[in-house]
Design a protein. Sequence first.
Length: 178
Amino acid sequence: MALKPTIYKFNIALSDVNRNYYDTLNLTVAQHPSETQERLMARVLCFCIHAHEQLAFTRGLSEVDEPALWAKTLDDQISLWIDVGEPSVDRIKKATRIAKQVYVYSFNSKSDVWWNQSRDKFEQLPVSIFRLCHQEIQDLAKLLQRTMDISVTITGESAYTAAELGECEVHWELLQLG
């Protein structure tokens, strides 16, 4: 019997000072059985960073041809592709052919190795790549509860998050601008 995903509900008061975007997000997010809590929270954070009406979570790890997040136009074209983790160059090359904008957010402890091994090939692609601070993503994951009311304030290259179990700040570094 296959394992079922774990469902999380987030009520997020979002303040994105960078974009002058303020919203209340009610998200229901499925955690794939093989997905870590760190990756789940990285996906939620990326959703906040790029939040807008058409942005949606995909089937993610359940569907290898889909990113973690995407936005589609009314005619079903992919306008935004967001991968979370350390995807292969071939995967991102394919994404740049089918999506107008492509973003990658790396967050693991092996992020430096992945970037150093793939940098030359990624530089040939129109993709924006960011590295989320691994320790801070771990701290964010410690705040996770099945139902959460959280506040996320984005300013500069960081997101400050306050939740019932505590607060933390996650910084990101631009590795490549696409």
